[in-house]
Design a protein around this ligand. Structure first.
Ligand SMILES: [Zn+2]
Length: 137
């Protein structure tokens, strides 16, 4: 990351920590309906409670249909309440259930081994946070 970009990021993150909300991040989640998650388990920070953050970047990697729904894998970056960027891979699955006659959704999020973000991604993250700051302010 070049100097100018990392300074801009640090400044934006500082503002975000003051103004944005950082809910706990689901590791596994379930719900009824599409993209609706209301129960599950959250990531734990070692000895420090729940890992909280806000999604600041999203990139679809894979999407396809299954026999009764769809599945999608994406890369996500969260800004944590401690000002760190954490990269995840997230699988979402939804399927129509004949028994309940509604859609069940399931999500599983994994911390990426390679936390590298390129300059274009950092640039997009700065933009996304700036938009959030405008709506929050
Ligand atoms: Zn069901």
């Amino acid at each position: 990351m070049n100097n100018q970009l990392s300074m801009k990021l640090a400044e934006t993150v500082k503002e975000a920590k003051k103004s944005l909300l950082f809910p706990p991040i689901y590791e596994d989640a379930y719900g009824e309906g599409d993209e609706c998650y209301d129960e599950g388990t959250f990531f734990q920070r070692q000895g420090k409670g729940l890992l909280c953050g806000k999604m600041v970047f999203y990139s679809g990697e894979f999407y396809d249909l299954t026999i009764d729904g769809d599945v999608d894998l994406c890369m996500e970056v969260f800004l944590t309440d401690e000002g760190e960027l954490v990269k995840f891979y997230t699988i979402r699955e939804s399927r129509y259930c004949q028994v309940c006659q509604e859609t069940h959704s399931r999500l599983h999020r994994m911390v990426a081994k390679d936390q590298y973000l390129d300059d274009d991604e950092i640039d997009a993250i700065i933009n996304n946070i700036s938009v959030d700051l405008k709506t929050a302010g």
